[in-house]
Design a protein. Structure first.
Length: 95
């Protein structure tokens, strides 16, 4: 059953990342685990594609999820979860 976007102010069904982030924001710690399980491999693959097989990719991956923890209270579902997180990741890689 998909979570509806009442929190986003419309009736769209949310992508899993947004749904998990909203659940995490409401205090459901298990939802953070689902975010990590659901997105770690994809983000790590992107890091590898952009940076090659260099050291530090694991640190950048961890930093992405630390940002999720820090953004918990301020998160707003204005875009797909991956759009927000991957745009932040792109900025980090560009540095």
């Amino acid at each position: 059953m998909a979570l509806r976007a009442q929190d986003a102010g419309d009736s769209r069904e949310l992508d899993p990342g947004v749904a998990w982030m909203l659940r995490y924001q409401r205090g459901e710690e298990r939802a953070f685990d689902l975010l990590v399980q659901g997105y770690s491999a994809r983000i790590f693959a992107l890091l590898t594609r952009f940076l090659g097989p260099v050291e530090g990719r694991e640190d950048l991956l961890q930093e992405v999820f630390l940002r999720v923890i820090r953004a918990r209270d301020d998160y707003r579902p204005e875009a797909r979860f991956t759009t927000v997180e991957l745009s932040d990741l792109d900025a980090k890689i560009a540095r």
